[in-house]
Design a protein around this ligand. Sequence first.
Ligand SMILES: [Mg+2]
Length: 361
Amino acid sequence: MGMLIDDVELYPVEIENVEEFKIATGTSYTTENLVVKVKSGGKVGWGSGAANGVTEETNESMLKCLKKFKDRLVGKEVEIEEVWSEFREEYPDDPSALAGLDIALHDLKGKLEGKRIFEMYGGREEGVLTDKTIGIMDKEDTVEHAEDIIDEGFKAIKIKVGLEMEKDIERIRAVRETVGPRVLIWVDANQGYTVEEAKHFCDEIDGLNIEFIEQPVAEEDLEGMKEVAEYTDQTIAADEAMKDHISAEKISSKGMADMVNIKLMKCGGLTGGRKIVEVLDDHGVEAMVGCMLEIEQSLSAAVHLFNSSDKIKYADLDGHFLLPEDVCKGFYFEEGKLWTSARSGLGVEPIVNNLDKYVVR
Ligand SMILES: [Mg+2]
């Protein structure tokens, strides 16, 4: 059954992060997301898209295409899957904008049907273990951050690397010594190494019990990533090289990585995420779900995706921990795990005052 859309409203928000976030490809200071509101009957669906360097989208670019696309929705009866395909065909380079719209339509559909999103897909409720990420910083600060993260109740830590390999190895070793054997450690190089460096890095961290290494080499170097994956016993995860269900199919069928990092902002939201999971069903490759610098609206959508599929093994959903306060509520972190509220749809609603406070006019 289609949904008759009465209106679409767009709110670009910009929030200064509590600390800078440095990775191999650059440093971020703010979280810029476009909040999308869709109305049908008395119900309202909310979603959000994140500005990010991977898809090279900004609040401005997302606003531009969604303002245009809005005319195709208002006053019409729509199906999510059809909207998704139409938008993607017209705006192939704007997957975060699509994610914002797709998540809002899912929230709306869940509310109209009185179901939580994972229930719409036959999933199960489960707390989702997430890490908290440590950006690139010196060894002492890295260790200090790791101690704080454990004190905050996290059971997993992700360490960003990729600028100086020898220092990276020392930082990881120091964190493992500090946190002990039971904490999960994940590593993300954000394309920072050459193939040879990546191989050496994998050799050096052997024995430190690292769960996986994300995107060791340049995104366009798929053969290089394959070479590293074949060389090492470490689990290699494709992130920047892994955009949507089309690249997931390619990477998994050709054994170019052991795992793929699904991000709703790269693949066009929940519809795109579910397409990736379907593609992976045919291959032995595992999946994780990650995020950009995002508010809770889209992070909760990622939790629903996790809860909708048995194929997703890890969740790296920590963008909102960089925010001094969020513009929405209904999303909880308890004992290392993320939970959405029991309300239908996403389970997350905007905090009107905060939305007003951070909207860029
Ligand atoms: Mg990554």
